[in-house]
Design a protein around this ligand. Structure first.
Ligand code: HEC
Length: 136
């Protein structure tokens, strides 16, 4: 009978190997983190832009809209740590919500609100999520 199990093992391996290709279009958490939160990422661009005496709101609005889009995308990536589904949902949705609020603040040209939002994200959310989920 061993050959039956052998044969099915191959079939299962073959199936799971073909799965990742199906969601290749969704970027990985690492890629999204790099474009949103790296040294020159969107959040940094927003922080720098809003510091100016006369912020260039048109540019800031583009940055904030893109940030909202990508943090929303991040909330759709898979939880990387088994057993922590609820916390992953909570923290990624919180980040996406802040992204949306940053977009709204930029649209209203509300510098104080945008500063507060970016400070809250950087001050609290990064470390809180990385503590559990940045496992590599
Ligand atoms: C809701 C969760 C979450 C939040 C909030 C979060 N991160 Fe991350 N971050 C991750 C995870 C998960 C990884 C690991 C991705 C991987 O390597 O697969 C990561 C990786 C990174 C990386 C490495 C990217 C790379 O190219 O390897 C940087 C830089 C980073 N985060 C910066 C930040 C900063 C700065 C903030 C806050 C402004 C932040 N992150 C907020 C989850 C989060």
């Amino acid at each position: 009978m061993w050959y039956v199990r052998f044969c099915c093992g191959i079939a299962i391996v073959g199936l799971s190997a073909s799965l990742p290709a199906a969601d290749d279009k969704v970027r990985s958490p690492k890629e999204i983190m790099a474009s949103t939160h790296s040294f020159k990422g969107l959040l940094k661009q927003a922080e720098n832009g809003v510091k100016a005496d006369e912020p260039k709101w048109e540019d800031l609005q583009k940055v904030a809209t893109q940030y909202a889009k990508e943090t929303e995308e991040f909330s759709k990536t898979k939880n990387p740590v088994a057993g922590k589904e609820d916390l992953w949902k909570e923290l990624t949705l919180k980040l996406a919500k802040s992204g949306k609020e940053a977009e709204a603040a930029a649209k209203k040209k509300d510098a104080a609100a945008l500063k507060k939002l970016t400070a809250d994200i950087r001050g609290e959310q990064c470390a809180r999520c990385h503590d559990t989920f940045r496992v590599k």
